[in-house]
Write a protein that binds this ligand. Sequence first.
Ligand code: GDP
Ligand code: MG
Length: 438
Amino acid sequence: LTDKLQNVFKNLRSKGRLTQEDVKAALKEVKLALLEADVSFKVVKQFIKTVEERAIGQDVLQSLTPGQTVIKIVNEEMVHLMGSDTTEISLKPGSEITIIMMIGLQGAGKTTTTAKIAGKLKSKGKKPLLAACDIYRPAAIKQLQINGEKQGVDVFSMGEGHKPVNIAKAAVEHAAKNGCNVVILDTAGRLHVDEDMMNELVEIKENVEIHQTILVVDAMTGQDAVNVAGMFEEKIGVDGVILTKLDGDTRGGAALSIRAVTGRPILYVGMGEKLSDLEQFYPDRMASRILGMGDILTLIEKAQVDIDEDKAKEMEKKLKKAQFGFDDYLESMSQMKKMGGFGEILKMLPGMGGSQVNLDMIDEKALGKTEAIILSMTPTERTNPDVLNPARKRRIAVGAGVDISEVNKLVKQFEQARKMMKQMPGMMGGGLGGMMGK
Ligand code: GDP
Ligand code: MG
């Protein structure tokens, strides 16, 4: 989708003046791209109509940069389509118990997402209890227990011999007794929407006071995900949607249509199998991602966590003068670690989607070792890596208590990094600093 849209936009931008026909032709291509991305037909039709009405207005075509303005309108309408604002899961205050029911088809990612959310809530100071209400899949209870343990949250289960509604009730009692203030019910899905599943969920809803019903759908199933969402909304009622496997979805169709079809907001998106791979959903950021403008905002937010702007600028200067040494390398590694790794940053930059980057060079342990090695170097060696001969390397290895091969590896990585950063100076230094300044 992104590639197609970028082509359309390139054409638009290349024209100085736009006629109505130009806009119509461009929007026709946008329409095809959206349909191909599996955005639902009704949504596409309405979307194009709205954009067209706005874009053909006199002011736009007369403006100095009509192409840019049309792109801006497409962007704004996309944001609008996805709900404009970020929506949070609504929680009861203090020790009052919030009961959340997770629903969705089998394999959508309910159990995984249940644990992911628990982690988020825990870090907000809540005490969640996960309840294993999926009694059909043999490994489902175990899976929840394992994930709960990884997140350090309690899991309530009664085995397979009880009705889900009774497990849910017991879980709430258990939570009250144990001082938990959020109960998340991990319910059973089915391969397709069927009466059995719906009845089971309705029964829970009628007998337990559910505060939030969260629907989990698989982004990779595109329009199916949206249809399924419509059915759940109709039969059970949904407060918010979590779109999983967005990491494997290149089309973006489900993200674009869910809100319009169900009227319910996307709360979070699943970006991978790891329990930390759950991100808040920002319609504006999603729109820029789809439009290929890169997710600069997410990047900036990550960078703002702790990057030191002055240091970054200084580093860029050094890079330009080719004075980038090991001290700077160490500094840059730890700054990048704070931002969540090089690879993730690259993915978010426009046109860098597929970059391959060696991630282990910035994991915790490696960073410690790197530090030890660099600290064993003399100041000359640090600022002037070219002097490192075998004898010096051996001395450094002994000093750092590592094998000489580790020193060699680091020198190689350093050289790679230096090369890489020279190729894109915007990354490390002024680029980030500059972006934050804007
Ligand atoms: P459930 O049947 O709805 O409970 O689904 P599960 O939680 O068991 O998830 C089904 C599969 O999808 C598992 O292999 C998960 O690891 C995987 N999964 C869940 N969420 C994501 C995600 O956001 N990205 C990716 N890549 N895989 C996911
Ligand atoms: Mg499950």
